[in-house]
Design a protein around this ligand. Structure first.
Ligand code: PGA
Length: 248
């Protein structure tokens, strides 16, 4: 049985005070849950939020990690630094990084490896744009994004990694993939992993992301290959996010 994982992605929103208030409300409201809950917060607030959440069931993650270990890389944040701040997870290859900041499949693979060197669990984000879906290239795009990391890190690295399928056309648009659309790609990803290792395929958590909301979470999470969610906009509202956490 795979444990469910619900992960909030705050992106570049809110102040320190907003983040602390949100974290406090989540910690108080979550209660006892069997699934894991994480929030990916802006780098500069990682230590604060980690402290706020100490003693709660919620862990912190970063939204990115450098593709180098250390040195003259102005503006970058290394996996060692993230580990220092108590980070358990780091997103790699989020579509906003890929499209606005030029993160390539090759650099995403390096970020994935850097995170694991510090025992941070990378959350590899994959997904197609609307144009790619409409030209029937969804599986090809997902293959390329996955294979770049599998080839660089090895399939066994996915024993300590998470995959997030996030169709780009569903992110922040309010257009969620239907349960069947999402399940189809999740199953495909799991089969692709199974072609290299059935053990890894059986254990790897695959999250769905893209306009997950309190009213669609339950149906998505009920699909056999969907092991939880990566939640953007809706994770900024404590009540809604808690509802999503309890939809597993
Ligand atoms: P959204 O974002 O839930 O606002 O669509 C998801 C994500 O980007 O991870």
């Amino acid at each position: 049985m795979r444990q469910s994982l619900i992960m909030g992605n705050w992106k570049m929103n809110g102040s320190r005070q907003d983040g602390q208030a949100l974290a406090n409300t989540l910690a108080e409201g979550l209660g006892s849950v069997t699934q894991e809950v994480a929030v990916c917060v802006p780098f500069v607030y990682l230590s604060d939020i980690q402290q706020t959440l100490t003693g709660s069931a919620i862990v912190v993650g970063a939204q990115n990690v450098a593709d180098q270990t250390s040195g003259a890389y102005t503006g970058e944040v290394s996996a060692t630094m993230l580990a220092d701040c108590g980070c358990k997870y780091a997103l790699v290859g989020h579509s906003e990084r890929r499209s606005y900041y030029g993160d390539t499949n090759a650099s995403v693979a390096k970020r994935f490896i850097e995170a694991q060197k510090q025992n941070i669990i990378p959350v590899l984000c994959v997904g197609e744009t609307l144009e790619e879906r409409e030209s029937n290239r969804t599986f090809q795009v997902v293959d390329e994004q996955l294979d770049a990391v599998i080839d660089a890190a090895g399939i066994d690295a996915f024993q300590k990694a998470v995959i997030a399928y996030e169709p780009v056309w569903a992110i922040g648009t309010g257009k969620t993939a239907t349960d069947d659309q999402a399940q189809e790609v999740h199953r495909y990803i799991r089969q692709r992993i199974a072609a290299r290792s059935q053990t890894v395929a059986d254990s790897v958590q695959i999250l769905y992301g893209g306009s997950v909301k309190p009213d669609n979470a339950k149906a998505l999470f009920a699909m056999p290959d969907i092991d939880g969610g990566l939640v953007g906009g809706a994770s900024l509202d404590a009540k809604g996010f808690l509802q999503i956490c309890h939809s597993v």
